[in-house]
Design a protein around this ligand. Structure first.
Ligand SMILES: *Cc1c(COP(=O)(O)O)cnc(C)c1O
Length: 228
């Protein structure tokens, strides 16, 4: 628990300093705790300390955890690769899906979202560096996906999510983030009213916040190293 407190304080402090350096209000940036391959005990500890939002990238791992933790009021974000045969369970068990990158998935999520639940919060994942092996929609396809999301009944389009290409060069990383930010602003200028720009992980949250992130997704620096 002590270690969890220290890690959380340190991440919150980094977010705060990054915001102040960027002339932003620290209240503008929320924290998504990425709990994939981490034990439920640590999720409970973080929730005791006020963390409410948790990210998972594998349905078969997330569902048993969600059952164990069903008595807590947590917001679950799906951040992994989406397969059509998993959309129903995701639409039924998550509050957010951040990795939507194609029409078929978007339509299925809306169709399969139970009408007893509020609309599913969606981020469109952008493959900003056009990496062939990576999930995410090409930047030129984001406009039409956003338009479709707007039409679907059981979906609320909240924003964009990005996992930029691997690099040690903060300037390259900054370039990727700023392209996503531009896209986000273009969409909002055309009336989309999105509030979430999900970018930044343990190693680059400062660069992401400087680039306009409103949600950082932190795994390692909150929980410690993941199980392999
Ligand atoms: C694992 C993961 C993270 C967290 O990465 P860390 O480097 O451990 O902070 C963030 N976003 C996505 C989509 C992930 O899969």
């Amino acid at each position: 628990m002590n270690r969890t407190i220290r890690r959380l304080q340190s991440v919150r402090e980094r977010i705060k300093i990054a915001c102040l350096d960027a002339g932003r209000d620290p209240g503008e940036v929320s924290l998504l705790a990425v709990s994939k391959r981490q034990p439920t005990e640590q999720i409970i500890s973080l929730n005791d300390l006020g963390v409410t939002d948790f990210g998972e990238n594998q349905l078969q791992e997330a569902m048993p955890k969600q059952q164990v933790l069903a008595n807590l009021s947590l917001q679950w974000h799906f951040i992994g690769v989406l397969q059509s045969n998993k959309t129903r369970a995701i639409a039924e068990n998550f509050q957010w899906v951040q990795s939507v990158d194609r029409e078929r998935i978007l339509k299925r999520l809306s169709l399969q979202r139970p009408s007893t639940l509020p609309p599913l919060n969606i981020c469109l994942q952008v493959n900003i560096d056009r990496e062939p092996q990576k999930a995410g929609a090409a930047p030129e396809n984001i406009m039409s996906l956003a338009a479709l999301a707007q039409e679907l009944d059981n979906i609320t389009l909240r924003g964009l999510m990005v996992i930029p290409m691997i690099t040690d060069d903060p300037a390259i990383r900054h370039g990727s983030f700023s392209k996503v930010k531009d896209l986000f602003e273009i969409l909002n200028q055309s009336g989309h009213g999105m509030d979430t720009l999900s970018m930044g992980m343990s190693s680059d949250l400062e660069t992401a916040i400087a680039g306009g992130s409103t949600m950082v997704r932190i795994g390692t620096d909150l929980f410690g190293r993941r199980k392999p």
